[in-house]
Design a protein around this ligand. Structure first.
Ligand SMILES: [Zn+2]
Length: 125
């Protein structure tokens, strides 16, 4: 399952960052997920729980922030959110565009951790 390997690498990255901050546990992971990433959010949540077992992330919440697809149009110069990912056309002028500015992300925005029972936020660079 594709989502499980993604979940495993997310857990690994978050656990490493948490360790660098001296965390005793991770309470929440905020993830940016592009609509074109090809990842199913529900399957990812399920895999995340499995992958988190036995790590600092066990029992933590995965918050998924779904990012829409944004294209940049060569024709009119507009940067627009695509209303549908079935049709890669500029919503402003109708020209076909495949220049994606956003929509394929699978990125941890930040994590929430506990350091000696005090809650902190950590960003992942
Ligand atoms: Zn356009």
């Amino acid at each position: 399952m594709h989502e499980l390997s993604i979940a495993c690498s997310l857990v690994e990255v978050a656990a490493q960052a948490a360790q660098q901050h001296g965390a005793t546990r991770v309470t929440r992971v905020h993830l940016k997920l592009g609509v074109l990433s090809g990842v199913d959010a529900d399957a990812l949540r399920f895999s995340y729980d499995v992958a988190a077992q036995g790590t600092l992330l066990e029992g933590s919440q995965l918050e998924i922030d779904v990012l829409p697809a944004v294209i940049s149009c060569h024709q009119c110069g507009a940067s627009c959110v695509l209303p549908t990912i079935q049709d890669f056309r500029c919503p402003a002028c109708g020209a076909p565009s495949h220049h994606l500015l956003q929509g394929r992300e699978i990125e941890i925005a930040h994590i929430e951790i506990e350091v000696d029972s005090v809650e902190e936020q950590a960003t992942i660079s």
